[in-house]
Structure formats: C-alpha cells, structure tokens
Design a protein around this ligand. Structure first.
Ligand SMILES: NC(=O)c1ccc[n+]([C@@H]2O[C@H](COP(=O)([O-])OP(=O)(O)OC[C@H]3O[C@@H](n4cnc5c(N)ncnc54)[C@H](OP(=O)(O)O)[C@@H]3O)[C@@H](O)[C@H]2O)c1
Length: 361
C-alpha cells in the first residue's frame, strides 16, 4: 500500500477534480503492474495498473490489487473500475479507504465481494486521506479544504508597515510554497495584496500541467485592468456588487465576475467557499494579507494554516491576521501542530484548527 501511495502521489498535479489514486498489482510478493489516475476523463489507477501489467506480459488473474481508494462502481467520466477488476479476474483487492463519493460509498467493494473477490479496506488510511484531503472535504461537506499560507518573520511580521514584503523567507521556502500552490485548484487573494504587490499568483518552478484558478476578493471591483494577475489565464473576481462597466471590461478580457455580497457590503466568504465547492475545487490555497486572512478565520472558512517562519526580526509591521483584541485568553482560537519541517533556512508549520469547521451557514 505504501508503494501504491507513492504512485498516487505521482498524480498530485494531474487528476483534479478527481482524487489522486495509486494502484499496485502484486503476485507472490512481486509487483507485476502499477499506475496512477490520469487527468479527468482518462483512465483511473486500477486500469493503468492492469494496462501496465499487460504491457509487461504479466497475467493479473488471481493477483492482489492494492489501491489507495475503493474502486469506483459508477459510470462517471469513465466506466466503473470494479467491473474491470472483476472481468480481469483479480483475486483480491486491498483498499486504503472507502470512497466518500455518495455515488460509490462502499458499493465498489460490495460489488467486488459479490463477484467472489476477497476485499480488505482501511490499510494506511490516514496517508490516503491526507493525499486527497480536498476531495474528501468536498465529498463530505460540499466544501473545499482551505489552506491559508503566510510567510512571516520570527516576530510574526508578514510585511513592513508600508507593504514591502518581498522577500521575508528564502528561496527554498518560496519554491516549497509553489508546490503547495500547485496542489490546489484555486489560489485566493484579496484586493489589498493585488494593490500592494501586483502578484501573478501562478505556479512557477514546479512541473505541473495545470495552473490553479486565481480567485480575487475585490468587493468594489477596484482591480486595475493592467494588473499582472489579469494578464495570464482567466481569473474569477469576486465582488459585492456588479458595477457594470468594470465587470464588462473584465469579462471582455476573459475573466469571470462572481457577485456574492454579505450584509456589510463585502464579499460573503462562506458563500464563496460553497461556490468553489460547487465548481469542483478540492483544495483552496489562500495567499492574502492580514485583512482577508482574519475574515477567513473569523468566518470559519479556514481548515489549516501553512506558516513559513524566517529566522529574522522585523519589528512593527503587518501581522498575519488582523483579528480583534480578545478580552479573555480563554477565547483564543486553538490549533494543533500537524506537521513541522525545516525548509532551507526557514521553518514550515502546518497547523489545523483543533475543532475543524463542520458546516457553513
Ligand atoms: N507574507 C505573506 O505571506 C503575504 C501574503 C500575501 C500578502 N501579504 C501582504 O499583505 C498586504 C496586503 O494586506 P491587506 O490586508 O491590505 O489585503 P488583503 O487581505 O489581501 O485584501 C483585503 C481586502 O479584501 C477585500 N475584502 C472583500 N471582502 C472581504 C471580506 N469579507 N473580508 C475581508 N476583506 C475583504 C477588502 O477590500 P474591499 O472591501 O475593497 O474589497 C479588503 O481591504 C501586502 O502588503 C502584502 O505584501 C503578505
């Protein structure tokens, strides 16, 4: 299964909105075929692994297929993998997890069992879950998994008071940040960051065939038409009101304007997360300033923080989250460290909210 997970990881940047799945077929302790999910509409991991076995002249009849998610049992963009495994005469299937997709949800394994195939599930389930955390989130909650990235000095500054922020962390951390961008299907930022930095917010330095969709929260459509982010692939610009001329100009340039107001004349962030889920975005990567970061946290739209800390002190500057002062320490927002790593000269922290959001009104 560990090998199947390694194959799944090879599909990291390829398979969205489908999950990244790997499959390894084994006979007598020898791997006779392996593969991972292809881009949406093309072959799933099981089919790839069986094709690999055939290409190598190996007979899969009676062999064991290790697959990082329950084989699908429905006609989606491709026919069911459960049928293909039965037809090929696979003897045993070991799955890391059952499929959270309500169209599958145990039916794939049940079909295999009904056809006389021995089935085991729940092997290295945690690793399999992490690899597809966004797909699981979307299937279970209708919401993407939202990861909010900040780069800060050791004393927590993300920019100088005048907005200068390039660069706080070193080249290794910045490249690592691009890998996290690449695994998301959307990168979310605010108009404040666009005005201050004029960023492109695309993936650079990572070999990926797909670029995440750039999503800009801009209540009053203030974005300049010559902003660098608008010069590449189409963006989704999320406003609180239509302002027709600007919206028309953005649409004429190929971008989409989405209007989602809240009661305060800003963008309704929980509604935006729902909309991104509907648009089959599995993982959202937030890279914004302290204002939008704080609103995202306050409105329970964030699942985890990806924090890079540089070994430097900046002094007064902009913080990570423009949150209101607390009257009682007991009201602090509690997270737990999920992963810690050293990246170049910097430290990377992955922290999750202790009580994850369950639903958004
Ligand atoms: N070090 C880092 O990791 C990092 C990453 C990104 C940015 N930055 C820095 O952050 C600074 C910009 O920060 P910022 O706080 O001014 O900009 P921001 O957080 O990127 O954008 C804030 C703007 O988003 C808009 N918005 C719309 N709906 C909102 C809602 N529901 N809640 C909150 N905001 C909403 C507001 O403007 P409207 O009401 O006009 O729409 C608000 O002013 C820059 O200096 C940049 O360099 C640092």
């Amino acid at each position: 299964m560990a090998l199947a997970l390694a194959w799944a990881a090879k599909g990291m940047y390829l398979t969205a909105p489908n999950p990244r799945i790997g499959c390894v077929i084994v006979r007598d302790g020898v791997v006779i075929g392996a593969g991972h999910t292809q881009p949406a509409g093309q072959a799933h991991a099981e089919i790839q692994a069986m094709r690999d076995a055939a290409a190598r002249g190996n007979d899969v009849r009676g062999a064991t297929a290790y697959v990082t998610l329950e084989p699908c049992s429905h006609y989606g963009r491709t026919p069911p993998c459960s049928n293909a495994l039965v037809q090929a005469g696979i003897g045993r299937v070991v799955a890391a997890m059952t499929d959270p997709n309500p169209l599958v949800a145990g039916r794939g394994l049940a079909q295999l069992e009904a056809a006389g195939i021995a089935v085991t599930s729940g092997v290295l389930a945690e690793q399999a879950y992490e690899l597809n955390i966004g797909f699981f989130s979307r299937m279970r909650r209708g919401l993407p998994w939202v990861r909010l990235k900040v780069a800060a000095s050791l004393d927590g500054a993300t920019a100088l008071a005048d907005g200068e922020s390039q660069w706080i962390t070193g080249p290794e951390a910045r490249l690592d940040g691009h890998a996290w961008r690449a695994r998301a299907q959307a990168i979310l930022t605010g108009i404040g960051t666009i005005k201050a930095d004029d960023p492109q917010l695309n993936v650079r330095g990572i070999d990926t065939p797909l670029q995440p969709r750039r999503v800009i929260v801009d209540s009053r459509l203030e974005i300049a038409l010559d902003a660098r982010i608008l010069q590449g692939e189409p963006c989704w610009i999320v406003a609180a009101a239509e302002s027709p001329d600007k919206a028309d100009a953005l649409r004429a340039a190929g971008h989409e304007v989405i209007v989602l107001p809240n009661a305060h004349g800003k963008v309704d962030l929980p509604a935006l997360m729902q909309e991104l889920g509907r648009r089959e975005i599995n993982e959202v990567h937030v890279e914004a300033g302290a204002k939008l970061n704080a609103s995202m946290v306050r409105e329970a739209c964030v699942d985890e923080l990806l924090v890079y800390l540089a070994p430097s002190l900046i002094g007064p500057g902009q913080g990570m989250f423009d949150l209101p002062a607390l009257a009682r320490l007991a009201d602090k927002r509690q997270l737990r460290f999920h992963d810690l790593a050293r990246v170049g000269d910097d430290i990377r922290i992955l922290a999750r909210f202790a009580a994850p959001q369950t639903a958004i009104n």
